[in-house]
Design a protein around this ligand. Structure first.
Ligand code: SAM
Length: 386
């Protein structure tokens, strides 16, 4: 049974005996912690920046030290004996089992310091330390840094739905959030109970939020000093009105960070085994919003030009208008036999892929409903389903 302890070594004398790789690493860490480090070693690397007394260790070297690290590999037992006699803590590098004290594997993330020892096995400790560091950095362990004086907003692209497709930065920000304002298609993530979650998609007792309402809420929460994450589906900007949210924050003097996300436009095809470009098949991919049908007075999409362009077309928000879009492309000269894939709920466990051609594309409402990504082009025939 050991007693874990963190030492404040600033200004205190610490002796390192030995200047091999372990001794040098330990001396550097001790210096970084503010200790007054002396190194005694028979040999030392020529390029060592530390002053080293190049001689044999003598027991009186321990006098006046708060801590000693024996890193010689040859006389560690002698160093430890001198420490024992003087009641000074000694860490032996040669034999953990014989040591009176151990240096743990350490990770510092923000103001959190995690020290790990694992049955006196340094490799296990390092592996655990690395896993802890990753979990803290990626937010899978709740770091909850101190709240800064001013509130802030982070626009986080949450990816297409599979939790693993949320970025590391996105996870970090979610782990520190006070308020999360979610889009309907944003991924479902586990959040601590104390986090306020606002759903802006259609709710049973409330219509969808307007863009202005969402922006106003983000700004208001940040102005209360809270850390706000605006969690969006896919990428923050692709057909997502992210820039309006950034402008609202900047206009109100609120600090804002933008974290791009994995877009469904590319992730859903990839997950379904369809490359959006493929050597020898296509050299372009065009992403189009079909939220307005071809010919709609407010549509700025040039469907005849898209038909002539060839390459891969990726349509978002197209499900209800897919027949009209396919017809517009055929009318514009795209081959009626061009393959089409409709990928519904891409990357989720419920993902469905329906294959057809421009000539016979039918989106049976019972079969495919939104959200879906539509891929049109020869790449669909290059599909290799994982
Ligand atoms: C308003 S747009 C937002 C797109 C988002 N910013 C992105 O980068 O994925 C919503 C459309 O994205 C597509 N979409 C989003 N998530 C999807 C998913 N998991 N599977 C299929 N389509 C998806 C659908 O076409 C949906 O109608």
């Amino acid at each position: 049974m050991t007693f874990p302890l963190h030492l404040d070594l600033r200004g205190r004398r610490v002796l390192v005996v030995g200047a091999g790789p372990v001794g040098v690493r330990r001396a550097a860490a001790l210096l970084a912690a503010g200790a007054r480090v002396s190194v005694v070693a028979l040999e030392a690397p020529a390029d060592l920046e530390l002053p080293v007394e190049q001689r044999a260790f003598v027991p009186s070297d321990v006098d006046g030290c708060w801590l000693v690290l024996a890193c010689t590999g040859t006389v560690d037992a002698e160093v430890a004996g001198a420490c024992e006699a003087r009641q000074v803590w000694c860490v032996r590098a040669d034999d953990a089992a014989l040591s009176a004290a151990w240096v743990p594997a350490v990770t510092r993330v923000g103001d959190v310091v995690a020290s790990v020892t694992a049955g006196r096995d340094p490799r296990r400790a390092v592996a655990l330390r690395d896993a802890l560091a990753l979990a803290l950095e990626t937010g899978s362990l709740p770091l909850r840094r101190k709240r800064p004086a001013r509130g802030s907003v982070a626009l986080v692209g949450g990816g297409p739905g599979a939790p693993g497709l949320l970025t590391v930065r996105g996870r970090q920000l979610l782990a520190e959030a006070d308020v999360v304002i979610r889009d309907r298609l944003a991924p479902q993530v586990d959040l601590p109970a104390e986090v306020e979650v606002v759903e802006t998609g259609k709710q049973p007792h409330r219509p969808s939020w307007s863009q202005e309402e969402i922006s106003a809420l983000m700004v208001a929460k940040a102005q209360q000093g809270l850390r706000v994450v605006r969690l969006k589906g896919g990428d923050v900007h692709l057909f997502a009105r992210g820039i309006e949210e950034v402008a609202a924050c900047v206009g109100a003097g609120v600090a804002v960070e933008v974290v791009p996300g994995v877009s469904s436009a590319f992730a859903a095809p990839a997950w379904a085994g369809i490359p959006v470009t493929a050597k020898g098949l296509t050299q372009s991919v065009t992403v189009v919003s079909a939220h307005l049908p071809p010919g709609h007075p407010d549509s700025t999409v040039d469907w005849p030009a898209l038909a002539r362009l060839g390459g891969t077309l990726v349509l978002l928000m197209a499900v209800e208008r897919l027949g009209a879009c396919a017809q517009a492309l055929v009318d514009g000269g795209r081959a009626a036999a061009t393959p089409v894939a409709v990928i519904r709920e891409g990357t989720l466990a419920t993902q469905q892929v329906v294959l057809s051609t421009l000539a016979d594309v039918r989106v049976d409402a019972a079969q495919v409903t939104a959200p879906a990504v539509v891929v049109i082009g020869e790449v669909v025939s290059a599909r290799v389903a994982p």
